[in-house]
Design a protein around this ligand. Sequence first.
Ligand code: ADP
Ligand code: MG
Length: 479
Amino acid sequence: MSSYESVIGLEVHAQLSTDSKIFALSAAHSGAEANTLCDPVTLGLPGALPVLNRRVVDYAIKIGLALECEINRESVFERKHYFYPDLPKGYQISQYEHPICSNGRLAVRMGEELRTIGITRIHLEEDAGKSTHSETEPVSYADLNRAGVPLVEIVSEPDLRTPAEAAAYMRQLRQIVRYLDICDGNMEDGSLRCDANISLRPYGQEEFGTKVEIKNLNSFRFVERAIEHEIQRQTLMLEQGEKVIQETRLWDEQKSATKPMRSKEYAEDYRYFPDPDLPTVVVDPVWIDKARSSLPELPEQVFSRFKTMYALDDYYAERLSEEKLIARFYDQAVSEHNNPTALANWITTELYGRMNREGVNIEECPVSPQNLAMLVRLIDEGVISGKIAKSVFDEMFSTSASPDSIIEAKGLRQVSDPEVLNNVIRGVLEQNPQQVAQFREGKEKMLGFFVGQVMRETQGKANPEMVNEILRKLLSEDA
Ligand code: ADP
Ligand code: MG
């Protein structure tokens, strides 16, 4: 065990899913041909003036409210200067001294425990373009489609203590921005990415150690692994009596290691100053109230409601509140047929299983909540057995048909007619006198054999409870 405690703070960037850019009318989506989503503002042409996209502010207010922040009445855009080929203006427009939101918190669920992580601030900024470097020639390319795409940067307090906690925090943020419909949360495309700040200090010490920042982590796994690795690296240094130097590093997934990127820059290097082209952003209380009343139920609220309203355990409540559309699907299904536990089970096993295998998301899911509810009702009413229901479900998923139509078309209705079952069972017992004798000599196990035979005769459609009951009756009667 190490004698150092790790201290972690994350800076999470989320691309806002607006139609147009933060200060220009070009489209803000990804996937277009390079340099086609450009305009004088995006290109930084002299004389072009930025105009703030109102929806960007609206989205920032929403995430601010969801993270219990103060929404600042006034916030200011500033120029952050640095030179990079994908930043044509020579500066990035960001917020610095006066961000739009401050002083929030997020309760992160770690098993049974809730850890409250402070949110220092949320600010708005523009994304930069994208550079690519040729591997064969000494050439680099700049694509400015992403330049000017709106971002919120969510800065946490150094309240996180373990790599797993950092990943859980990031997961919860992703869930929230997706619930709010302000960011698609697509980490592979970089719509959600984070910089992790890590330092160590001896247990019991109040003062923080020197931190290292790891840039641009774009998967939960990378967040966890990069932090783990950085903790090891710093532990080793401290144990050998070396000093950690403040710097920015990059995670190299291939090598499973971080490597230096640049030594720490200081705020003064950026020569921040308020952008004279953009007026102070003023958010009045009416705007905040409007945003507040448009907030959806958030994941934690859904999680708690599912536990109390439907008596679900933590596992089901968590899985079903993962996404807003899943939660909605589940609510609808339960409203059609009131068996919350069975529906939770069907969704988290059969439905998720099939959706995963076929790479289908809930929006594209061929099974409607109404049809899933009907399937469970048909089981509960004894029309089909649980086993038959699985094959009906497979068919529902393949064809979108309703369970009752599949059951009729395939003649899958469960046989619950005592007369029919009596006849089948009598037949089975007559054909297997040896096994009957064995059963009567005390070989209880033979019961399973008889049930199997009855199921074979009825193509699995016999009501299993009734089969058991009738079997026991006939076997004891004839003795
Ligand atoms: P900088 O001036 O280097 O940008 P900030 O104080 O703005 O640093 O913090 C940036 C991020 O680093 C925040 O998420 C913050 O919680 C985290 N952080 C600050 N100090 C430490 C530290 N000593 N150890 C770990 N994380 C830290
Ligand atoms: Mg900072």
